[in-house]
Design a binder for this molecule. Sequence first.
Ligand code: 3PG
Ligand code: MG
Length: 397
Amino acid sequence: MGWKTLDDMDLQGKVVLTRVDINVPVEGGKVTDATRIERIVPTVKDILGRGGKPVLLAHFDRPKGKVVPEMSLKVVLPALEAALGTKVSFAEDCVGPKAAAGIEAVPAGGVLLLENTRFHGGEEKNDPEFAKALAAEGDVYCNDAFSAAHRAHASTEGLARLMPACAGRLMQAELSALEKALGKPERPVVAVVGGAKVSTKLDLLGNLIARVDTLVIGGGMANTFLAAQGIDVGKSLCEHDLTGTAKEIAEKAKAAGCTILLPADVVVAREFKANAASEVVPADECPPDAMILDAGPEATKAVIAAFEASKTLVWNGPLGAFEIPPFNEATDAAARAAASLTREGKLLSVAGGGDTVAALNASGAADDFNYVSTAGGAFLEWLEGKTLPGVAALEKA
Ligand code: 3PG
Ligand code: MG
């Protein structure tokens, strides 16, 4: 990995422009999940410990180049202060006189958060002038925003080309976990790919079948693969126009020596609501008026057996409609099995993607995984084998 880390930089007395991703869920003015905020703490403390002044650069939501007061980063300040255990100053702009005054005013040992970079159109356009204005504010650039590294924006990509640049601790941790899981993994490797739609995960499936030994397909996606085998999936969520594509993927997997695991049995219901009456049927016996909402107990056993036979697990997407009980059961049971194999040192487990993390948290399994990524889109693009502009810029820096 050809990028520098904080260990390679002299930070004493330096202003360190630190790109973080604190794009966290907020409801009623309060942060409802502070995970991303908690995960940047090591980097901020490390910079402080080396005598640097961390100036945090971040986006929040999608204001599209305009000042949208409801999308001010001010809302995360209390959660940020709680995570860091220290007061954090705030500047109401990320460039210009307000930013400069804010940076000037932070005492040694203090932390400053700059307002939403996406309030400026230059951020998402990766405008060189905007990037230059940001770069002029500091001495060193530290990118700790793996989960925004799939965006080639001024603060995630442009800055690395204008200043001495390094990866932060979270960026390092994310990249090394992914490298262990898919770059140079211990084999056999099993991947779980779930979620509603095949159409959003075509590139992912294409890349994974060439790299993993077993591919577990779950969620609504599995229905499309079942339909591709000529199975009637009743009222299930299914992309019927993609059955040809699913067939091709299955053939390519076979040629590559990758076993695709589809559910042998499924949980079906007539209504898509919590605690709807449900029954377990063989996957090829979904009643015409019912829909598949989860993998069945036999299917779950097969997934767990695949985990037991593997050394490495990469997980993206739930096995069923995990948000509405009891259709979380397959996901929960499989996640708990992965967690206990991990605890026993038999499996290296890495998971990522918004829904995935929510599902693993709900099952209580997340803490035992070797690594749970903070990234959604960036995790997916990495698994797809794509180059992440934010990472590539660090490599070139
Ligand atoms: C995310 O939440 O996925 C990242 O912060 C990137 O945000 P974006 O999808 O709005 O670019
Ligand atoms: Mg996103």
